[in-house]
Write a protein that binds this ligand. Structure first.
Ligand SMILES: [Ca+2]
Ligand SMILES: [Ca+2]
Ligand SMILES: [Ca+2]
Length: 380
C-alpha cells in the first residue's frame, strides 16, 4: 500500500489523493447517503460544541462527561475530527438510529442484494495511546434476530482491539481485521458491512465483512445467521458500554451509518473520496493542512505568528493555534507547525527566537527543549 508511508500528514495525503486523481476521478455516488453521519467539522473552530451532530437525520450524540474537559477537536482526514482523551465517560451516546429499525436481509424469501447496514469511520491513535479493547462505534442495545430467535443486549459495531487490528461484532459474534492492519500515528479507514453482499450466491445470506483502508479483510463471515435488525437501540461513539475502561483514546472522523450493505466498490469509493477530502455523504469538505492555523490552505509564517502570540494560553478554537486539539497553545503546537512548514518559513520562525524578548517567555522554553524538528510525533 503506497499510503502506509504517510503518517498524520495531510499534505502527504493530499499528494496521494492528487496522484489518484490523475488516474481516476473520485467515483460517482452509487449508493444512498448515510442515515446517520457525524463529520465533527463544526467543533474545530468552536470547542464549545458538545454534541456529535448528525447531519443526516438529527440522531445527535450526547457527550457523557459533564465536565467536557475530555472533548476537543482538531484537523481530521476530511475537515475536522473529534479528539478523544479516553478517560472515564469521554464518549457520545446516541439514543437510537431509528432509520435502521427493521432492516431484514430476508435470506429465505426474495433476498435482495444490498439489504443490511454499513458502518464507516476514520480513526487515528498515537504511539502513547493505551492498548486494549476500545470502542469506536458500538451498541449493546440492539434488538436483533438470529436463528435462535429475537434477542436484546447483543454486541454490535467496531472496536480497536489490542493495538493493531479492529474487532467487529454482529449480534455478538466477533470477527477481526487482519493482524497489523491498524498502525499508529496514521489515519485508517475502517468499515463493517452486514447484510446481503454476495451477488454470486444462489441464496444470499446476510454476511459480515470488514474493510481497512478500502481493502476487504481475510475474515469474512459468509452467513451470520442473523436475519433481522429489529430495533437500533443506543449507539456509542468512542466507547463500549461493557466492562469499563473501553473509552477510545484517539481521533475519530467522518463516522457514518448507512442503511444498506455497501459493496466492495462502494467501500473503496468511501476510502478514496476521504483521501480527497470528500465525506461519506459525498460533500467536498476539503482537507485541513496540519500546520495551517488560519485555514487559508497554506502553511506560512502567519500561522506561526498566531501560535507565538497565543503561546501558553488556553484555546477555544483550532484557529487560535491549538493544532493538536488539546485546548491550549504550547510547544507541541509549534512542533506540529514546524513539521508542516516550508523550510524558509521554519528558518524565519526559528530566527525570531534570537531576537530580544521583553520578559521571560515560553519561547525561551522552546530554545531549551532541544532539537525541535527531530520530533514528528503528534504529541497530545
Ligand atoms: Ca470531518
Ligand atoms: Ca495558513
Ligand atoms: Ca495544543
Amino acid at each position: 500500500m503506497i499510503y502506509s508511508k504517510y503518517s498524520r500528514n495531510n499534505a502527504g495525503v493530499a499528494a496521494v489523493a492528487l496522484a489518484i486523481g490523475l488516474l481516476s476521478a473520485p467515483s460517482a455516488w452509487a449508493f444512498n447517503p448515510p442515515v446517520a453521519h457525524y463529520t465533527f467539522d463544526q467543533g474545530v473552530d468552536d470547542y464549545s460544541v458538545v454534541t456529535a451532530i448528525d447531519s443526516a437525520n438529527a440522531n445527535d450524540g450526547v457527550w457523557q462527561n459533564v465536565g467536557f474537559d475530555g472533548l476537543a477537536y482538531t484537523g481530521g482526514v476530511i475537515g475536522g475530527a473529534v479528539s478523544l482523551r479516553g478517560a472515564t465517560d469521554d464518549y457520545f451516546l446516541i439514543p437510537s438510529i431509528p432509520q435502521i429499525d427493521g432492516i431484514e436481509p430476508t435470506p429465505f424469501t426474495a433476498p435482495q442484494l444490498g439489504v443490511g447496514i454499513t458502518v464507516s469511520a476514520w480513526m487515528y491513535v498515537d504511539d502513547d495511546a493505551p492498548s486494549g479493547y476500545k470502542g469506536i462505534f458500538k451498541s449493546r442495545d440492539v434488538t436483533s434476530e438470529n436463528i435462535s430467535g429475537v434477542a436484546t443486549g447483543r454486541d454490535w459495531g467496531l472496536a480497536w482491539e489490542g493495538g493493531d487490528h479492529i474487532d467487529t461484532r454482529v449480534h455478538s459474534s466477533g470477527v477481526d481485521s487482519n493482524d497489523g492492519s491498524i498502525t499508529r500515528n496514521q489515519w485508517h479507514h475502517v468499515a463493517l458491512v452486514w447484510g446481503n453482499v454476495d451477488a454470486e450466491a444462489p441464496a444470499i445470506p446476510p454476511a459480515s465483512v470488514i474493510y481497512v483502508d478500502g481493502v476487504k479483510q481475510a475474515n469474512v463471515v459468509e452467513n451470520t445467521e442473523v436475519f433481522n435488525l429489529v430495533t437500533s437501540g443506543a449507539w456509542l461513539i468512542g466507547e463500549d458500554s461493557c466492562c469499563g475502561g473501553r473509552e477510545f483514546p484517539g481521533l475519530l472522523d467522518d463516522l457514518a451509518m448507512f442503511g444498506e450493505a455497501l459493496s466492495d466498490a462502494d467501500i473503496a469509493t468511501l476510502y478514496s473520496n476521504g483521501l480527497s477530502g470528500i465525506d461519506a455523504a459525498g460533500n467536498a469538505t476539503g482537507i485541513i493542512l496540519p500546520g495551517d492555523v488560519n485555514q487559508d490552505e497554506s502553511v506560512t509564517i502567519a500561522d506561526f505568528n498566531i501560535i507565538r502570540d497565543n503561546m501558553g494560553l488556553a484555546a477555544t478554537a483550532r484557529s487560535q493555534g491549538d493544532l493538536n486539539g488539546n485546548k491550549r497553545v504550547d510547544l507541541n503546537d509549534f512542533r506540529v507547525w514546524l513539521d508542516a512548514a516550508p523550510a524558509a518559513a521554519a528558518a524565519e520562525a526559528l530566527a525570531t527566537f534570537s531576537l530580544p524578548i521583553p520578559e521571560p517567555s515560553s519561547l525561551l522554553l522552546v530554545l531549551a527543549t532541544g532539537p525541535l524538528s527531530a520530533s514528528r510525533r503528534r504529541a497530545r
